[in-house]
Structure formats: C-alpha cells, structure tokens
Write a protein that binds this ligand. Structure first.
Ligand SMILES: *[C@@H]1O[C@H](CO)[C@@H](O)[C@H](O)[C@H]1NC(C)=O
Ligand SMILES: *[C@@H]1O[C@H](CO)[C@@H](O)[C@H](O)[C@H]1NC(C)=O
Ligand SMILES: *[C@@H]1O[C@H](CO)[C@@H](O)[C@H](O)[C@H]1NC(C)=O
Ligand SMILES: *[C@@H]1O[C@H](CO)[C@@H](O)[C@H](O)[C@H]1NC(C)=O
Ligand SMILES: *[C@@H]1O[C@H](CO)[C@@H](O)[C@H](O)[C@H]1NC(C)=O
Ligand SMILES: *[C@@H]1O[C@H](CO)[C@@H](O)[C@H](O)[C@H]1NC(C)=O
Ligand SMILES: *[C@@H]1O[C@H](CO)[C@@H](O)[C@H](O)[C@H]1NC(C)=O
Ligand SMILES: *[C@@H]1O[C@H](CO)[C@@H](O)[C@H](O)[C@H]1NC(C)=O
Ligand SMILES: *[C@@H]1O[C@H](CO)[C@@H](O)[C@H](O)[C@H]1NC(C)=O
Ligand SMILES: *[C@@H]1O[C@H](CO)[C@@H](O)[C@H](O)[C@H]1NC(C)=O
Ligand SMILES: *[C@@H]1O[C@H](CO)[C@@H](O)[C@H](O)[C@H]1NC(C)=O
Ligand SMILES: *[C@@H]1O[C@H](CO)[C@@H](O)[C@H](O)[C@H]1NC(C)=O
Length: 810
C-alpha cells in the first residue's frame, strides 16, 4: 500500500542528477510505518538525519511514545514538533501540538481541549489509515477532510493544512500544556494581533528521569497560493474557552494542570468558487528562548517553500542512505525494504541540538536524546563507524563537552537533563568505538584525544554522588571487582548489581583498547585486568531447575562478604515461574536488568573464549546455545541477547550462527506495521537488524566484525571521510530460503560461508573481518557460499575471532 506511492513521491521530489548518480534510490525502500503498532514506538514523521525537530502526528493511543499509532482506531490529537524514536519509559516530548479546526461556527465556542477536539483519520479501502510518509515528509487526511502535510529543517517544522472548501474560517490551535505526559506547567503565550505570530513556552517533565525542562516555540502563518495580512480572529484559550481578542495567557492561567493554548482564525481562500484554503504554519523550536525559536525559523525557512524544504531533507537522507548499496538480484523486495528502513531509523537519535544547550555555552556541537547508550553502544554506533564517521565525530565531541562540564559522559539524556542509567557507563565503549577506528583522523575531526581519554578515565575512576543518573559505582567496583548484592552496602541502595558488574567489565575493556592504542601500556593492562572481573560474578554451581543438568554455571548476585545470593536463571524470561520483568525499578534487588540471568550469562563479548571454558568447553557451549534457542530464552526485544545467535562462531561452528541469526530475522522482524517485536530503542533494534541482513555482527570498541552471509549478492559501504568503498560479494548466491519451512532444521540452502578472499587473496578467517584489512581502505571481499552447515572458521591459527584470555585484541 505504502510502497507504490513512495516511488511516485520520491521521484517527484528528487532531482534527476541524483537519480542518475545511483543505480537505485534507497529512499524508495524506506517504509516509515514499520513498528508503529504494538509497542515498536517508531517515529514516522518528518525530520532530517539526527534533526532536533521531529514533527509528526500525535494520537490518543496508549503506545504514543513517538506520538503516532498505525492503528486507525486511535484519534489524532495534534501535530507536535519534538519526538523520540522507539523509546520505553513514560511518553516523551510531543510538545506544542498544532491542530486544525474547520467547522466551529463561533470562535468562542470552538472546542479546544485535547479530548473534545480529537478526530479520527480517514481510512483506505484495506482498513489502513490514509497516512503517507517518506524520509522528510509526512501527510494524512483527517476524517473531516482536512489534509495535513509536514516537513522539517533541523530546528523548524513546516506544517501545511488544506481545509475543505466549506471551511469559511480556517482555524489553527496551538496547545501549550499537553505534551506527551500532559505535564506542562507555567505556560506562556503571546499573540501578535497584526501578524498572528504566536510565541509560547512551558515547563515539562522528562520521560526517563527525575528532571524537567523548558521548551520554547515561535509560530508564524502564511496563506499558500493566496495572501492574507494576518488573522481575522485570535485569542488564548483555557480548557474549552477561547478568549477572542486576548493576546496573552497572563490573565487566564490560574491553575496548573488545566489546558492552555492559543487559537487563530484566517480568511478563507475566496479567489474562486469552492476553493480549498491552504495555510502554512512555520514552527521554530528552542530550548533557550522564544526569541531564539523565532530566529531559528527565520534562518532555516525564510522562503516558506514547502517543496524546497522537503527536497533539502530528502537530499540529506539520500546522501546518508546511499552510502550503502545493494545488488537486489534474486532478493525479495521486503528484505531490501527491511534493510533501508532499519538504516533510516539509526539516523534519528541522538539528535543535533547544537545551539540549544540550556546548561552552558560552548563552541562544541551539542547532541541530546541519548536514550540510552545502554541500547545503542552495541550496534548503532559500530554501524555509524562504517558509513558516517563525520557525524559520529560530532556526537563524540558533544559527549566529551558534557563530560567536561558535568564530570561524566552522558548515559541517558533528554532535553539537557540527566536520566536514569540502565547499566554501565556506556559512553565509554561509544568513545572507544570511534577512537579505535578513527585514531588517525580524530584531531582533524575536532576530537581532542587528550579530552577523550580523560573522559573515559573519569567514568572509570570517579564516583558521582548519584550514580543512578551518571557515571558508575566506581569506588566499589575498584575495591571489590563486582557490585555487591547486599541491599544496602556503603550507604546506598543497590539495583541491577549483577548486570552492572558485567557491563562495567566491558566498559573497562573498551578503555583498555584505547589505552593500548595510545601506548599507555600500564593503563591498558590495568583496564584489561578489570575487564576480566566478570568472572567474580560467575557461580559455577547453578543449574536451571527442572532442566538439562549439562547447563551449569551462571552469573549470580554476590554479597560483599563473598557469599552468594540466588536468582533463578529463568528470572525475567518467558519461562520465569514468577513472570517477573526486569525493567527499571528502584526496589528491584534481584540483580538483573532487561534480561534473564541466562541471557546475561552469555554476555562477555570481550572474552568469549573464557566464557566457553566457564561453560564446560566447546561442546557444552554449543549445547547451551541450542538449549537457549530451543527453550525460548533468546529475547529478540532486548539488547543483551543480540550477539547470542553469532556466538557459535567462537566454537568454530559459523554455519550455526548463520542459521540462527537468519531464523531470528524470519521469526521476529518484518516490514509490516507490526514488524518489530518490541521498542526500537532509539534505532538500536534497527541497527541490529541491519547488521544481520548485511551478514555482519560488530564487536564494539574493537577492530573485529563477525562475518556471516549477507542477504544480497553484494552489499557495499561507502565511507565519505576515507573516500573508500568496501564491497562484500557472494559467489553462488541463490537467494534467501525460508528456514522455518525446513522440517530438518539443518538444510539451509546456499547461505553458508566456506571461503573468504579479500581482493583475491585468501583470508585468515571465514568468521570475522579485521577493520584494517577491509573497512579502512577500498576492498572487495568475496565469499564462497555452500549449503554445508559444517563449515568452519578455517585452519589459520587466527581463524577464530579474538578473546582477551587467548591473547586476542593485540
Ligand atoms: C476516539 O475519540 C472518540 C471521541 O472522543 C472516542 O469515543 C473514542 O473512544 C476514541 N478512540 C479511542 C481508540 O480511544
Ligand atoms: C464539527 O465536526 C464535528 C466532528 O467532525 C461534529 O461532531 C460537529 O457537529 C461539527 N460542528 C459543526 C458546527 O458543524
Ligand atoms: C489525501 O487526500 C488527497 C486528495 O484529497 C490525496 O491526494 C492523498 O493521496 C490523500 N492521502 C494522503 C495521505 O495525503
Ligand atoms: C461548488 O460546490 C457546490 C456544493 O458542493 C456544488 O454544487 C457546485 O457544483 C460546486 N461548484 C463548482 C464550480 O465546483
Ligand atoms: C561449588 O560446589 C563445589 C562442590 O560442592 C564446592 O566445592 C565449591 O566451593 C562451590 N563453588 C561455589 C562458587 O560455590
Ligand atoms: C549432556 O552432555 C552429554 C555429553 O556431553 C550428552 O551425552 C547428554 O545427552 C547431555 N544431556 C542432555 C540432557 O542433553
Ligand atoms: C554474608 O552477607 C549476607 C548479606 O548481608 C548475610 O546474609 C550472610 O549471613 C553473610 N554470610 C557470612 C558468612 O557472613
Ligand atoms: C536475596 O535475593 C532475594 C531475591 O531477589 C531477595 O528477596 C533477598 O532480599 C536477597 N537477600 C539479601 C540478604 O539481600
Ligand atoms: C512482504 O511483507 C509484507 C508485510 O509484512 C507481507 O504482507 C508480504 O507477504 C511479504 N512478502 C513476501 C514475499 O514475503
Ligand atoms: C575518491 O575516490 C575516487 C576513486 O576511488 C576518486 O576518483 C576520487 O577522486 C576520490 N575523491 C577524493 C575527494 O579524493
Ligand atoms: C557454484 O556452485 C556450483 C554448484 O553448487 C559449483 O559447481 C561451483 O563451483 C560454484 N562456483 C563457485 C564460484 O563457487
Ligand atoms: C579459498 O579460495 C581461494 C580462491 O579461490 C583459494 O585460493 C583458496 O585455496 C580457498 N581456500 C580454501 C580453504 O578452500
């Protein structure tokens, strides 16, 4: 339904030059509606890559975390300017909803509250809503026949409302207090009676932390295809009482929690009989002041040219998405759509709020909306390394600037406020990921290597007063090598102790990698040793109740005195007898966050060889992986599971990894509105799906990338900084067979990697690629495919992917 119209629109908006420059237009393969029902919380509205403004439809759906819901039973409540992508927690942002009102007869009687004004969308014959979206553009038809179109620049939204010809006084409302959480207080609103300009602001709650923030807007109006001098009616409103000719809220704001905003009416387009009236609303945003919001709008959209803004946005999206090119011969269109839609969603957050940092002045870039690094460090930033290092460098600079001003790197951050830490200090592996790949370019990209290293050391060594919103429990980690499970230890309530211990170990590994590259041998050794601390939380004697006794040994909560507490390994899995969840909850003392102990007991990316040893050797390790999948412990909705399908690589069974990872895609991800198993987590899930389809899985903060077979006969990555193209080609590609329909579960078709050459030279491993061999220069990697599940990593002594304890990563 969406796809046919997508083609039409992008051909319309893209210039011929771009179309001829690339063999295929990736924008045609982006479906923005994937994951817009049942908890995906994806954002299908209009934005530029990493834009601050994300303008889109808000609905009364309980799952309106990104405003929109793809289920047409939900009503439209407005079109607001700021959203996040795929988040959990409370509903974020959704500030300053605009809403078109076409049919109230008298200004004072217009119904303005969110509940009385809301309205359904039109639906198409197949029952889906009459909504359309392509990168940089969104449109819908409301059931009262008002058509709404949206586009955006970095800090400004442009709305286009087409009222039906019956509409004698087209009116537009600006809602100040109803953000996503309906948390707005201290609303201010001023209307310029001559121009209709509305300047407004309020104070709102963040969605994943204790803070509040101020937001400011500046809205101007113009007729489209006709002129008017200004509004013919205007006034602020409280609840359902618009006050004609009022110019501010001052006399109207007498109790917080009520609904407040402004309403303006314009002359209809009477140039010819039965003409629709189209009004443009230009909405500037700022976290600093209404004046700055006006300045942003005037600077970014001085020409009011809606199509120009769409085109500029599409050019930016084209530039980024076309860095990945695929040969689609023999590949289902759905797979190509899944690839580019996933790639698209990795470029929404974090967002570029440069110039809008409410906390301090700086000449550095300012990025916000880290939501959260716990989700994104594993796959989103490694994907950025492969095709977008320049933006990555700007994000890193912004993070370092936050550390310099606040003492610690950001972990979870919204609107200048520190939000809840989910686990470790995962700014560390993000900075390390950048540095390990771009050490030689860092200074040219404006990244101070000294500052970067100092930021890492601050996370690793300094304990903040409130480690729930920044940094880590560094003092206790340094002293004990694990976070004790005692409910109160050294004066603080502990949560997520076991998962945090495991994550701190990985964060220290990331730091050791940077130290090593900088020639800081002592630090490198110190942090590599701390990276091995995961072992302190390993209890070798635990088995799973009523299950295979071969599966022995799990991470478990440990007290400060060295004795163990016990958490059932099934805890928080689908098989948990208590049906517990491991979401953020201050009173939770069971040690684990967003995954079961079974899943966390596979999470040691820095030292899988050691994990294999702890789990009883390769054969037992493979048995455990099979048992995890066969018993449904793999959790496609949360990040700690993401590497598990690829872990067979370390036991020299890469064919099993290919099979398992493809099974995950087939069972959990598709291109429908219901195509995500859970929240997109700021694009973290998108980046993970992208890697699986590319036949790759990254080890963040290292130079190694695990290798399987891509879903395409060839896929290439263009790196605009290095001016290099890396192509991975498969010989004997015969398509992507359905694995579910295979009764033996073993024959997989020609998708298994049996041999790898790089520029014609046989490679040391069939199981991983080295960044320096493949991605830091233009190369062609050729895979020879087979249908033999018993392929291996090769006979070279370095054929297995590296692990710390076996001397890897040197
Ligand atoms: C949409 O709004 C109407 C009118 O307020 C209401 O009756 C209906 O329940 C709403 N739909 C949903 C799904 O909440
Ligand atoms: C305006 O439209 C709403 C919903 O479309 C309808 O319920 C209401 O009666 C209409 N009012 C007028 C004055 O036409
Ligand atoms: C809305 O209606 C217009 C014409 O009335 C049509 O061109 C458009 O395709 C419809 N759908 C959307 C989502 O804009
Ligand atoms: C204008 O609208 C009226 C009522 O819908 C219709 O009867 C008439 O034919 C229309 N006139 C034109 C010129 O479209
Ligand atoms: C595991 O059990 C063995 C045998 O009972 C015991 O010697 C050992 O101390 C136990 N290890 C732990 C960590 O509890
Ligand atoms: C445990 O492992 C042994 C060999 O390692 C195997 O023979 C046995 O079947 C396994 N037990 C189960 C329940 O899988
Ligand atoms: C260790 O600490 C735990 C938790 O405070 C306590 O329950 C347990 O009795 C202690 N064990 C020893 C041997 O001190
Ligand atoms: C041991 O773990 C259980 C289950 O999570 C918890 O209820 C109990 O408080 C813990 N014991 C101590 C001493 O912390
Ligand atoms: C493509 O995806 C759509 C939406 O999920 C689905 O309806 C369709 O069957 C898929 N087609 C193929 C060939 O897989
Ligand atoms: C980038 O590389 C291509 C060929 O690989 C070359 O033609 C082009 O001149 C290079 N561009 C720059 C800016 O170096
Ligand atoms: C392709 O597959 C065929 C049959 O499976 C085999 O004979 C041939 O050698 C393969 N070609 C390459 C380039 O691997
Ligand atoms: C892999 O392919 C290359 C090029 O065809 C060949 O030289 C090499 O011997 C092959 N290696 C293996 C292990 O088959």
């Amino acid at each position: 339904m969406f796809e046919k119209r997508l083609l039409l629109l992008s051909v319309l908006f893209l210039t011929p030059k771009q179309l001829s420059a690339a063999p295929q237009n990736p924008l045609d393969s982006v479906n923005l509606f994937i994951g817009t029902v049942n908890g995906g919380h994806t954002f299908p509205g209009a934005t530029i890559p990493h834009g601050m403004v994300k303008v889109g439809m808000d609905t009364d759906s309980p799952g309106n975390h990104a405003g929109y819901d793809g289920d047409p039973q939900y009503n439209v409540t407005g079109f607001s300017q700021l959203h996040q992508e795929g988040t959990g927690g409370a509903v974020p942002l959704s500030n300053f909803k605009l809403f078109p009102i076409h049919n109230c007869t008298i200004f004072e009687q217009c119904l303005t509250t969110i509940d009385s004004r809301k309205i359904k969308r039109k639906t198409l014959p197949d029952g889906s809503p009459d909504d359309f979206a392509t990168p940089g553009y969104f449109s819908t038809n409301l059931s009262n026949s008002i058509r709404v179109e949206l586009t955006a620049t970095r800090r400004t939204a442009l709305h286009k409302y087409t009222f039906p010809s019956e509409s004698t006084t087209p009116r537009i409302l600006i809602d100040v207090t109803n953000d996503g959480q309906i948390s707005g207080v201290d609303p201010e609103l001023d209307i310029d009676p001559d121009t209709g300009r509305i300047m407004a602001s309020g104070n709102y709650a963040v969605s994943f932390g204790p803070g509040r923030y101020n937001a400011y807007t500046c809205v101007d109006f113009e007729g489209f295809d006709y002129d008017f001098d200004g509004p013919i009616e205007y006034g602020p409103y409280k609840i359902n009482y618009p006050d004609l000719w009022g110019t501010d809220l001052a006399q109207h704001y007498y109790s917080w929690g009520s609904e407040h905003g402004g309403l303006v009416g314009f002359p209809a387009n009477l140039d010819s009989i039965n003409k629709t009236s189209t009004i443009l609303a230009r909405v500037g945003l700022s976290l600093i002041s209404t004046e700055q919001a006006c300045g942003n709008a005037e600077e970014e959209i001085p020409d009011w040219d809606f199509d120009r803004v769409v085109r500029d946005s599409q050019e930016q999206w084209f530039d980024i998405l076309s860095r990945v090119q695929v040969d689609t011969e023999g590949v289902d269109d759905n797979i190509t759509t899944l690839l580019y839609s996933s790639l698209y969603r990795t470029h929404l957050l974090p967002a570029d709020y440069t110039g809008e940092n409410p906390n301090w002045e700086s000449t550095e870039p300012y990025y916000d909306a880290f939501y959260c690094n716990w989700d994104t460090y594993r796959t989103l930033f490694p994907l950025m390394s492969m095709h977008d290092p320049v933006n990555f460098a700007r994000i890193v600079r912004g993070m370092i600037d936050i550390q310099k001003n606040e003492g610690w790197l950001p972990e979870c951050r919204e609107m200048g406020q520190k939000s809840f830490v989910q686990g470790g200090s995962h700014g560390d592996p993000i900075l390390a990921e950048f540095f390990i790949k771009y050490q030689n370019q860092a200074e040219d990209l404006g990244v101070s290597v000294d500052d970067l290293y100092a930021a890492l050391i601050a996370d690793a060594e300094d304990t903040p007063k409130n480690w729930n919103i920044q940094g880590r429990q560094a003092d206790i980690w340094k002293e004990k090598g694990y976070i004790p499970s005692d409910t109160t230890y050294r004066g603080g309530a502990n949560t997520k102790q076991v998962s945090r211990s495991i994550e701190y170990a990985f964060d220290d590994f990331a730091i050791s990698q940077v130290a090593k590259l900088l020639g800081k041998t002592e630090d490198a050794a110190k942090y590599a040793a701390r990276a091995g601390n995961f072992i302190n939380s390993w209890n070798p004697n635990i088995t799973v109740p009523d299950s295979n006794p071969n599966i022995t040994g799990f991470f478990q909560p440990k007290f400060a005195n060295g004795t163990w507490n016990y958490t059932d390994p099934r805890h928080c899995s689908v098989n948990d007898p208590l049906q517990a969840t491991c979401f953020l909850n201050a009173i939770r003392r069971d040690g684990f966050y967003e995954s079961s102990p079974i899943v966390y007991s596979q999470y040691v990316p820095q030292d899988t060889a050691k994990l294999i040893e702890l789990q009883g050797g390769k054969e037992r390790f493979i048995q455990r992986l099979d048992w995890i999948f066969d018993n449904n412990y793999f959790d496609s909705t949360n990040e700690p599971s993401q590497q598990i399908p690829f872990m067979y690589h370390y036991a020299d069974k890469p064919g099993m990894s290919t099979q398992r990872s493809r099974m995950v895609i087939e069972t959990s991800f598709n291109t429908s509105v219901n195509g995500l198993p859970g929240n997109d987590d700021s694009g973290a899930m998108g980046s993970y799906v992208f890697f699986y389809l590319a036949g790759l899985y990254p080890l963040p903060a290292t130079k190694q990338i695990l290798l399987s077979s891509p879903y395409f006969p060839s896929i290439s990555f263009y790196n605009p900084l290095l001016n290099t193209t890396t192509t991975i080609k498969s010989n004997n590609f015969t398509g992507n067979p359905s694995l579910l329909s295979d009764s033996t579960g073993l024959t997989t078709g020609n998708i298994l990697v049996k041999n790898v050459t790089i520029d014609g030279i046989p490679y040391k491993s069939n199981c991983y690629l080295e960044w320096d061999d493949v991605f830091s220069k233009s190369t062609t990697v050729v895979l020879e495919l087979t249908d033999d599940i018993n392929v291996n990593c090769g006979s070279d002594e370095n054929a297995l992917p590296p692990s710390l304890s076996t001397g890897g990563y040197d």
